[in-house]
Design a protein around this ligand. Structure first.
Ligand code: PLP
Length: 430
């Protein structure tokens, strides 16, 4: 499988290189050279196959015989041992629950697949690889869970101090063994910038053999296309589907667009954001203007310069009119999000998390304009945002044991300022 850099179509690498060394030197992002189309018969018979069997076919179309069949099967088997159920709320509204993995957020799909794929690529290497990753909340927890005790792979997670929930912090800082966390006195974008700079730093690279686990890694993106297929399978009799995707770095949406490009017969997408509405603004005006990120109650989407935007541009040849055919924009405020959580509970007896709730509002608005079946992605378990959800519905919710267990553990993290010099000296001394 060949991939090119979005900043230079002549910079071509194979899948192993793109997965283990996710940042091209030209600072673009890797994209498949060819996005193959699957035959109609695949979609017509999609019901007959399991999640993993369909994922296998999608992977093989993308990767060819790059990974031998039995190995690919076992990577998928290792990665996906949890479901992605559709909960149908009424005749024209469903929610796709993506929080049944180990960290209870959708990022488990990408992290587990990437961990299994990397372990496969590194199976014969002597030198350890270090995953360096910035998180705005959920990425780090999923990556930690995905890589915990993976032989030959260390993980260093950067997170913005005081900007993740208590539970999210515990999901980053209580693992030990091959997982370490660094709290950065700054915002998520500072963490992301430190990671980007560290990757291009020869001293650090020699010491650590860095690899990335952010949503920029193509190994995170590919598996995120699988659950769109699985959602389609579950809702095949509902007519044209439109997916509302709560978005931050836009990996999730980009994966959906790739699935559509491969032939998945779905109608369109809604890019649903909080007030960090860089992409909805782009869809409205044609201008992409990154800004500093602002803090909200849907903090996994507090991103001011969405990294996967460049991939979406490359999918559509940077043509605004073509993007607008497939993607509509939507954004909402914290007040609207809180009210939505209450409304979903009242109308459907369903408890949504703040990210999913923005997806819900996007569906509701779109349905007024155009009748079809809408699906919002529930990207995290509501228990991960317990305070916000309890405030919204004005009653306590019970945490699943998988989450409650984290709260009993003791935090262990390094700290650093957001300037690169301090960060580098910490990493050189670790
Ligand atoms: C990461 C995350 C998002 C945003 O996903 P992107 O792929 O970065 O757009 C939305 N909701 C939750 C709960 C997340 O953890």
């Amino acid at each position: 499988m060949k991939l090119f850099s979005t900043n230079n179509p002549n910079n071509i690498v194979d899948l192993k290189e793109a997965v283990l060394n996710a940042f091209p030197v030209d600072k673009g992002l890797y994209m498949p050279v060819k996005i193959p189309r699957l035959p109609k018969s695949f979609y017509e018979s999609i019901q007959e196959r399991s999640f993993n069997e369909n994922a296998f076919i999608v992977c093989q179309a993308l990767m060819g015989d790059y990974i031998p069949m039995p190995e690919l099967e076992s990577i998928l088997l290792k990665a996906f041992d949890f479901p992605s159920p559709i909960v149908q709320l009424d005749d024209h509204l469903s929610c796709l629950e993506l929080f049944h993995g180990p960290s209870m957020a959708f990022k488990d799909f990408g992290a587990r697949f990437m961990a299994a794929l990397m372990a496969y690529f590194l199976r014969n290497e002597d030198q350890k690889t270090t995953i360096l990753v910035a998180t705005s909340g959920d990425t780090g927890g999923a990556v930690a869970a995905g890589f915990y005790e993976t032989e030959g792979i260390e993980v260093i997670i950067l997170y913005p101090k005081g900007k993740v929930s208590d539970l999210q912090e515990k999901q980053l800082t209580t693992w030990g063994k091959n997982i370490r966390a660094v709290e950065i006195d700054g915002v998520f974008d500072d963490c992301q910038n430190l990671v980007k700079t560290a990757f291009l730093d020869k001293d650090l690279h020699n010491k650590y053999q860095f690899s990335s686990a952010n949503s920029i890694n193509i190994a995170r993106l590919i598996p995120q296309s699988f659950y769109y297929h699985d959602a389609y399978k579950q809702l095949q009799d509902q007519g044209d589907l439109c997916f509302a995707v709560p978005s931050g770095n836009f990996g999730n949406l980009c994966a959906g667009l790739i699935a559509k490009k491969m032939g998945l017969p779905i109608h369109s997408f809604i890019a649903a954001t909080n007030k960090n509405k860089i992409v909805p603004d782009y869809l409205k005006t044609g201008e992409f203007v990154p800004k500093d990120s602002m803090q909200t109650i849907s903090n996994a989407m507090d991103v001011g310069n969405p990294s996967n935007f460049t991939r979406i541009m490359s999918l559509y040849g940077s043509t605004w009119n073509d993007v607008k055919q497939d993607v509509r924009g939507f954004h909402s405020t914290d007040q609207e999000t809180l009210a939505a959580i209450a409304e979903i509970k009242e109308k459907y007896a369903y408890i949504a998390d703040p990210h999913g709730a923005i997806g819900y509002l996007a569906c509701k608005e779109a349905f007024q304009k155009e009748k079809r079946h809408y699906v919002f992605l529930e990207t995290a378990h509501p228990g991960k945002f317990q305070d916000v959800v309890e405030e919204a519905i004005n009653e306590p919710i019970t945490l699943p044991t998988r989450l409650a267990d984290f709260l009993d553990q003791t935090k262990s993290a390094y700290s650093s300022n957001k300037d690169y010099v301090s960060f580098k000296s910490l990493l050189m001394d670790l």
